[in-house]
Write a protein that binds this ligand. Structure first.
Ligand code: NAD
Length: 434
């Protein structure tokens, strides 16, 4: 199948490369010339486990190409996938549709023959209809269907998730479009559920799923806080809860708050849609507020550990919103750092993959280090804010030697508390017995 993916970011690039690996001819199209030039020069623009190998293979054999030209990339396509950003409106927090609308308009001019336009971006209900109207207005004779094809990949596992989706949701109103999607996903038909629903249901499934997951994370975070006051251990509690098949064992790990490009913006967009439609979505609204408070609490807990030190040095491990990605968008780690920077502190940071993205945001406000041990050197407290597996390998004895004061705020529960305490650390972690 000939496919053009519009938007070559955290979703578009793994999707394009994955579809090429399945044997399709793919063009990844973006308006960002720098990005496309970098990709054309053979460099991957994001960090994702396993992506580089697939990228290399499928660019070398010509299955995936890169372009900034709609005129060159749209006419031959059987399927056009929209994977552009839908960032929050800074005031209302509703999903901003400007990139979707612009892409729909640009592609509409160049449609030739029957084309399925699949909206993979996370978009408000009835965006499918809006895209259809735009395309029809620009090109009244075009033969096309607009479908909703929401993306459920997890950053850090994008390649794995592409090839092993739990489910594929297809919101399509015509049999012709459903048939094309059935052909596209034929390689997955024995291992994943492909669910065909209406466009509106499909658009809602994405938001309803993300809001539910955000609530689940915030719920276990609150239970972790409760465990700290009750003598219970959050891991024992989560295990006991997770054995109930109605609850499930996943997403029951406490942390410093949910973040990333999806959960914060999608919960906010859902809350906005509730208000707009006159529906009480107070569970989601409470989750958003509780998550915001959590990051302030996390920063305060770290600052409390050094409130007797003048101009303390805080070593921070991790700035990506979670391990396995270089994505810092809405990262709780960065938000906690920003709150701490409002006080008189020095911050020394190390992240295995997200240093460039962090520098673009925090500029010269903090010190950037080349390793975890370099960041820890001379620190009054160490804060672990991202769950990179390599942080678990750090040697606590060496950390103790490097620090000015043996204090750890372990908000990813990286270290063994007993070992840390035996070595003389003061350690604060989440929901564990100390
Ligand atoms: P991104 O910002 O990484 O990538 C979006 C890309 O679209 C950018 O490269 C941008 O230059 C390009 N773009 C913008 N306007 C364009 C236009 N008119 N024509 C061509 N290209 C254009 O965003 P992302 O993280 O890949 O997210 C894309 C969508 O997928 C969003 O709606 C997001 O909510 C959704 N989503 C993201 C994830 C995730 O984990 N990142 C998961 C599921 C769904």
């Amino acid at each position: 199948m000939k496919i053009t993916v519009i938007g070559t970011g955290y979703v578009g690039l793994p999707t394009g490369v994955g579809l090429a690996e399945l044997g399709n001819d793919v063009v990844c199209l973006d308006i960002d010339e720098n990005k496309i030039n970098t990709l054309k020069s053979g460099k991957v623009t994001i960090f994702e486990e396993g992506l580089e190998e697939l990228f290399k293979k499928n660019t070398e054999n010509g299955k995936v190409r890169f372009s900034t030209s709609f005129a060159e990339s749209i006419p031959q396509a059987d399927l056009v996938i929209l994977a552009v950003g839908t960032p929050p409106n800074p005031i209302t927090k509703e999903a901003d549709m400007k990139y979707i609308k612009a892409a729909a308009e640009s592609l509409a001019h160049h449609l030739q023959g029957y084309t399925v336009i699949a909206v993979k971006s996370t978009v408000p209900v009835n965006t499918g209809t809006a895209v259809e109207n735009i395309v029809r207005q620009v090109n009244p004779t075009a033969e096309f269907d607009v479908i909703s094809l929401p993306e459920f990949l997890r950053e850090g596992f994008a390649v794995q998730d592409f090839f092993n989706p739990d489910r594929i949701i297809v919101g399509a109103n015509t049999q012709r479009a459903r048939d094309l999607i059935a052909e596209l996903y034929a390689p997955f038909k024995d291992k994943s559920t492909i669910l065909y629903v209406s466009r509106q249901s499909s658009e809602t499934i994405k938001y309803a799923s993300n809001a539910f997951l955000a609530m689940k994370i915030q719920y276990i975070n609150e239970m972790a806080d409760f465990c700290e006051t009750s003598g219970a251990d959050i891991y024992e509690v989560a295990k006991g809860m997770g054995l109930d098949s109605r609850i499930g064992a996943k997403f029951l790990v406490p942390g410093p708050g949910y973040g990333g490009f999806c959960f914060p913006k999608d919960t906010n967009a859902m809350a906005y849609m509730g208000k707009f439609n006159g529906v009480d979505l107070s569970l989601i609204e409470t989750t958003i507020k509780s998550n915001e408070r959590r990051k302030i609490n996390m920063a305060k807990r770290i600052l409390d550990m050094v409130d007797d030190v003048k101009n303390p040095t805080i070593a921070v491990l991790g700035s990506a919103f979670k391990g396995g990605t270089d994505d810092c968008r809405e990262s709780p780690a960065l938000q906690i750092i920003e709150i701490m920077l409002a006080h008189d502190v020095q911050i020394r940071l190390y992240d295995p993959q997200a240093m460039d993205n962090t520098k673009a945001i925090l500029k010269d406000m903090i010190t950037y280090c080349n390793s975890a041990y370099e960041a820890i050197g001379g620190a009054d407290v160490l804060a672990v804010l991202t769950d990179w597996p390599e942080f678990k390998e750090l040697d606590l004895s060496r950390i103790k030697q490097l620090m000015k004061r043996p204090q750890i705020a372990d908000y990813r529960n990286t270290f063994d508390c007993t070992e840390a305490k035996n070595l003389g650390f003061e350690i604060k972690s989440l929901g564990r017995k100390l």
